[in-house]
Write a new protein. Structure first.
Length: 266
């Protein structure tokens, strides 16, 4: 049904066509599958919606952009469905600026009030059925999109274009932002303000995290010296310093499994 992610406890689900402009990935926990003792949550520029089992009820949690890695002890995998929103789309879908969600997990009803409660109740009624959960999420999120004004959509599209451009440019951070603003015919200041409001983190920080994720996908496949140049760092020492700052260990230690102490996953 999909490819195995992270510790092997998740599998990818198909994203409904109507949600593809807004959601980059859907996944579900494979309850009962064996898991590794430590789960690594790497830095991520995206906000995510997570539907998870909580006793006999299902709750919806909003996970904001993550600026540092987290390492968790894993003993069991509860049912959950995770929707990773495309960077820059969170404000449009959630109706609130995600800058207050950075490095936090917040119940959706804290943001939506009664509407969040109604969604949680509807999800509890369908139970641990991933397809039914996705169908409810699709209906709810499309309702959010249909309520957007033309101005909201134009602003959202500008930020989405900026995230795509920042991802594509393999040049150092300050030049990435300057070049992106020039390509979009806006000032750096205007881009920075819109971007931070919609994504939750400034464009320079977005570029750092995106570059780190590029390194993580290739670190075990090629030399660190070559990878530093490919990813747009000044040199290998620059890459190592940023990697250690966000991951807690050096690239070499991470590749060989020498990870920071894990905390209990709540």
């Amino acid at each position: 049904m999909g490819t195995v992610l992270n510790d092997g406890s998740e599998r990818v689900l198909p994203v409904p066509a109507a949600l593809r402009p807004w959601i980059s990935q859907l996944s579900t926990a494979a309850v009962g599958e064996p898991v590794v003792p430590v789960r690594t949550e790497v830095p991520d520029t995206a906000t995510a919606l997570v539907v998870r089992a909580s006793g006999d009820r299902q709750e919806v949690v909003v996970m904001g952009p993550r600026t540092h890695a987290a390492y968790f002890e894993v003993s069991r995998v509860p049912f959950c469905v995770k929707a990773r929103l495309r960077p820059g789309r969170a404000r449009a879908l959630l109706g609130v600026p995600p800058r207050g969600l950075v490095d936090r997990a917040v119940p959706l009803d804290d943001l939506w009030g009664a509407a969040g409660d109604r969604l949680a109740e509807a999800l509890s009624d369908v139970g641990p059925d991933a397809a039914a959960v996705v169908e409810l999420l699709e209906k709810t999120l499309i309702g959010q999109v249909s309520a957007l004004s033309g101005q909201d959509l134009a602003r959202d599209e500008l930020v989405h274009s900026a995230t795509s451009a920042l991802t594509a440019l393999a040049i150092p951070g300050p030049r990435r932002v300057r070049t992106t603003a020039r390509r979009l015919n806006v000032s750096e200041r205007h881009l920075r303000n819109l971007f931070t409001d919609a994504v939750g983190i400034p464009p320079k920080h977005f570029a750092r995290i995106d570059r780190l994720r590029h390194v993580l996908t290739r670190a075990s496949q090629q030399s660190l010296t070559h990878l530093a140049v490919e990813a747009g760092y000044y040199d290998q020492s620059h890459m190592t310093a940023e990697f250690r700052r966000m991951m807690g260990v050096s690239p070499g230690a991470f590749i060989t499994g020498q990870l920071p102490a894990a905390t209990r996953c709540r």
